[in-house]
Design a protein around this ligand. Structure first.
Ligand SMILES: C[S@@+](CC[C@H](N)C(=O)[O-])C[C@H]1O[C@@H](n2cnc3c(N)ncnc32)[C@H](O)[C@@H]1O
Ligand SMILES: [Zn+2]
Length: 379
């Protein structure tokens, strides 16, 4: 079930114009900082704008110093792509609708809880890191560029200037890659905020009184991005391909979620700040076992976890890995959504799926079995 805490208070959705988000993003073409353009004028809302300034204006576009401009879609997301054709397979409108309905029924809530817990347990405050690491930490504040990654060269001066006038606009940024509807990200942001108070600016504060964490939901599917933009008041939905240089500055995010989605180890390492955490969820071999044969679904590769660790090992250290298994009671319509939302949707014939579903007249017990792994970055 989508968590309800955020919706119990009236909050102005911040989306892409949130100062915390603007500080993290960069132009996908020249890697320069981005500002939010307000409606009816050419006036830019700088990255260091106060929350109240940010909240009184709608952003119609994001623009960099060189004039590269990215329109904010009516539905609240913005494509920050360099123009290259995406190399991933974007989820279709039907897949995204099925996913939204399935997740809203709460069947994967134990997975969302586990993800949020791993983020909360996994990230460390930069202030608690050993000196040589904390020297290197400064979310957007002058950390030397790392070498050997596709990066944001040439943006450092501007970042330093901006960071000095953005005091008070704190908050961690959580990146969800292949975010889909933003379900896991919204859940995580809610869990990270202990107590919620509305400040004058309409920004929710967490238990320590800081503005709560913000989320970047990244995906190549416009259908997914439309949903993600509305999933939580502190989510910015960004169109980007995980196989490109991500439109994020070096060390700008505190946590990365990757739930049933592709992984780009080098880019994840570049954008994660020291002390940050990467949480990866993958299906285990027993996942949906009761449905695999019956519906001709794709089965899980037995060596998947091993291969994931191999690709991440160079840049990340495995901190914990847990097998999470829970039993779901699924009616025919839930099973239909589950099949239509995943990769099997591309292979299964709709007519025979409907026929098989028609034969199910009582809920089926189905196993959800996933691996939840948490990594820290090697520095
Ligand atoms: C299996 S879905 C998982 C969605 C979400 N994490 C969840 O579990 O609800 C995979 C998602 O990754 C997105 N995707 C596929 N290739 C991608 C790429 N190259 N870059 C970014 N997103 C991609 C798809 O559009 C889809 O939304
Ligand atoms: Zn640019």
């Amino acid at each position: 079930m989508t968590p309800s805490v955020a919706r119990s208070v009236t909050v102005t959705s911040e989306g892409v114009r949130s100062p915390a988000i603007l500080k993290a993003l960069c132009c996908p073409v020249c890697r320069d900082a981005l500002t939010a353009m307000t409606p009816g004028s050419d006036a830019a809302l700088p990255a260091g704008a106060t929350p109240s300034e940010a909240n009184t204006a709608q952003a119609t576009a994001l623009r960099c110093g060189s004039g590269h401009t990215f329109d904010v879609a009516r539905q609240g997301y913005v494509n920050l792509r360099s123009g290259r054709k995406p190399r991933g397979t974007a989820d279709t409108a039907d897949m995204v609708a099925a996913r939204a309905e399935f997740l809203a029924a709460g069947h994967y809530e134990p997975i969302a809880d586990a993800v949020a817990r791993q983020v909360a347990d996994g990230w460390r405050d930069p202030a608690t890191l050993p000196a040589e690491r904390s020297d290197a930490v400064a979310m957007n504040s002058g950390r030397p560029e790392r070498t050997g990654t596709s990066g944001a060269a040439g943006v450092q001066d501007e970042v330093e200037t901006r960071s000095s006038d953005s005091a008070g606009v704190q908050g961690d940024v959580v990146l969800d890659v292949g975010a889909g509807t933003g379900y896991y990200l919204g859940h995580t942001l809610d869990k990270l905020a202990g107590r919620r108070d509305e400040t004058d600016a309409g920004v929710i504060a967490d238990a320590s009184g800081r503005a709560g964490s913000h989320g970047v939901a990244m995906d190549v599917s416009a259908y997914a991005l439309r949903r993600a933009a509305k999933a939580h008041p502190r989510i910015a939905a960004i169109g980007a391909d995980v196989w490109d240089a991500l439109p994020l500055r070096d060390g700008s995010v505190s946590a990365i979620l990757d739930v049933f989605a592709p992984r780009n180890a080098a880019e994840f390492h570049r954008v994660l700040r020291p002390g940050g955490t990467l949480v990866v969820v993958t299906p285990s071999p027993g996942h949906l076992a009761e449905l695999v044969d019956r519906f001709g679904m794709l089965s899980v590769d037995e060596r998947k976890d091993e291969r994931i660790e191999e690709t991440l090992a160079e840049s990340f250290i495995l901190e914990t890995r847990a097998e999470l298994t829970h039993r779901m009671s699924l009616a025919a319509h839930d099973i239909g959504r589950l099949i239509r939302m995943g990769p099997s949707a591309h292979h299964i014939d709709t007519a025979s799926l409907e026929e098989t579903l028609d034969m199910i007249d009582a809920p089926l017990g189905v196993t959800a079995a996933v691996t939840v792994a948490r990594y820290s970055a090697r520095f």
